[in-house]
Design a protein around this ligand. Structure first.
Ligand SMILES: C[S@@+](CC[C@H](N)C(=O)[O-])C[C@H]1O[C@@H](n2cnc3c(N)ncnc32)[C@H](O)[C@@H]1O
Length: 275
């Protein structure tokens, strides 16, 4: 097996981190699909296996990023949100949450959360906040939402509305870990006027190809993937008020034009307000 051992970074914490680059990781596979350069041979091989099962996966990943940008523009613009808790950050790419939010409202405060040390090693690129705003990075696991909330409380004002962002991360939370309870815990902690912005790979769009892709990735990747149907994803919005056009396929959420709306995207997405 080809091993590219030993990419060494300090991640700003003083101690070096070593990555076994022969083991693919989802954040880097996703970076590969997005056309990024922060991935290794094992990630590209896993990414290619997925593409062979579901050829639209790279387009779908881009549709997810485009949705993220449109959702943050809506939140910082129309919805007037100035605080963002973006859990499952991923490797920095184009239109990162703080860039979009601070373009609309430079004073926006953004807290990123991820549990992958490789993502942490790239956090510096995320910390380039506009001087009026704040960008912070927290290493934590979504399966421990209270730790995320406790840490975020030092950085965000929980008396004022917060957009909780869970973009293509809940597929990594198995049903046994009760993703619904995790979402409910996060949303219970934020005040009325806050939002949940969420995207989730679909079980019932391009169902056969998506199932084949998930099976392949689950054989190769250490992080498992659970696809969910529209009705299953809709339960994450329980008790919240979905903004127009409701929960839809990623490319159909407020697309900028008809070409974007017609693009393939095997993801359910929505943005909802806590009243
Ligand atoms: C597909 S990427 C999504 C990146 C970005 N949110 C987006 O939608 O473009 C999923 C990210 O979630 C992170 N992740 C997966 N499971 C996690 C967990 N249990 N806790 C925190 N982060 C997690 C991965 O490390 C990865 O960076």
């Amino acid at each position: 097996m080809a091993v590219e051992w030993g990419r060494e970074v300090t991640a700003g914490r003083g101690e070096p981190l070593l990555f076994d680059t022969s083991v693919p990781h989802f954040a880097r596979v996703y970076d590969y699909w997005l056309g990024g350069k922060d991935n290794f041979a094992a990630d590209r091989a896993a990414g290619d296996q997925a593409i062979r099962a579901f050829p639209d996966i790279a387009v779908s990943a881009r549709a997810n990023r485009a949705f993220l940008a449109r959702a943050v523009r809506f939140l910082a613009g129309e919805a007037g949100i100035r605080q963002f808790l973006d859990i499952g950050t991923g490797i920095p790419t184009g239109n990162n949450t703080h860039e979009v939010a601070q373009f609309v409202a430079p004073e926006s405060r953004v807290v990123y959360v991820d549990n992958d040390p490789f993502v942490l090693s790239h956090a510096r690129a995320l910390l380039a906040s506009k001087p009026e705003g704040v960008t912070e990075y927290v290493e934590a696991d979504l399966r421990d939402p209270q730790k995320i909330l406790d840490t975020a409380a030092r950085l965000l004002d929980f008396e004022r509305p917060i957009a909780v962002m869970l973009m293509t991360i809940l597929q990594h939370i198995d049903d046994e870990d009760d993703p619904g309870k995790i979402v409910a815990t996060l949303m219970a902690a934020v005040p009325p006027g806050s939002y949940l912005a969420l995207s989730h790979p679909a079980k019932d769009i391009d169902a056969q190809a998506m199932a084949k892709m998930a099976r392949r990735l689950n054989r190769i990747l250490p992080e498992s993937i659970t696809l969910r149907t529209g009705p299953e994803v809709a339960t994450f919005f329980d008790g919240l008020d979905l903004a127009e056009p409701g929960m839809v396929q990623a490319s159909r959420w407020r697309p900028v034009n008809e070409t974007e709306a017609a693009g393939p995207a095997a993801l359910w997405v929505g943005v909802a307000r806590k009243n």
